[in-house]
Design a protein around this ligand. Sequence first.
Ligand code: ATP
Length: 292
Amino acid sequence: MEATAIEVNGLRKLYGGTAAVDGLDLTVRSGEIFALLGPNGAGKTTTVEILEGYRRRDGGQVSVLGVDPAVVHGRGTRTDPAVRRWRERVGIVLQGTGEFDELTVGEVVTHFARFYPAPDDPATVIDRVGLSAKARARTHTLSGGQKRRLDVALGIIGRPELLFLDEPTTGFDPEARREFWALIRDLARGGTTIVLTTHYLEEAETLADRVGVITAGRLIAVDTPRELGNRASALATVSWRTPEGVWERAQSATPTALVADLAARFGGEVPGLTVTRPTLEDIYLDMIGAAA
Ligand SMILES: Nc1ncnc2c1ncn2[C@@H]1O[C@H](COP(=O)(O)OP(=O)(O)OP(=O)(O)O)[C@@H](O)[C@H]1O
């Protein structure tokens, strides 16, 4: 397996002369969960679809599992064994399986399994995405969240090395989202590299080894969720309640010293004490605000 799953240098994509992706550099390591964050229209989907081989690019170098995805656009590539082999190694979670409305969940997953040389067992995959109770239901009868789970099942049935998920948990209820996160972690533990786009900062924080922030077609920051934008060393906010019942708050670079001081002042327990650092969402919003 390559140490680097995805390498992108100077990627450009123009729509009618306007750059939607404008010199984007990106490296995704094999085996990591990488989350792409960015406001609406930043260029996330365009970037991901170029990596998947679904869109052509106008400039830059791209390597996905050691292959330039642009090969899929060449003549006669549908039948080229090397291109087919690459496609089998890359899993994509598409939105919607409309044309299979009349088939059951089990039939659709079994049908997709036939496209792959060494697919997972359809019943196991249906169980993993939490759709066992719906295995015999026609897909047009599924709820929005259940359809999304089916999309995920179709993305992983071929046991891909690299899985792309574009806003995978939109429309999920909180419990379904947590189950989905467990599934993604499980896939990553099994060695699958995962690239996801999301607008849920909690999702990025919980799942991602690293996050990348895209604004205006460029990657402006990459780091672990804990370290992004110097988050780990950002000022902490300490708040507490005075004996008179008034809430106080102070920002501090040395919150431990402040808390020790308060403990001494109160002679023990500090009423209502909390120490917080900026959330990933705070840092992210600052970052895209500054880039705008
Ligand atoms: N087929 C297209 N034709 C013309 N412009 C397009 C096309 N697809 C995307 N764009 C434009 O490219 C820019 C980037 O779009 P993209 O879908 O990549 O953003 P995104 O970061 O995925 O946004 P979102 O978070 O809303 O999904 C936007 O300004 C969009 O209007």
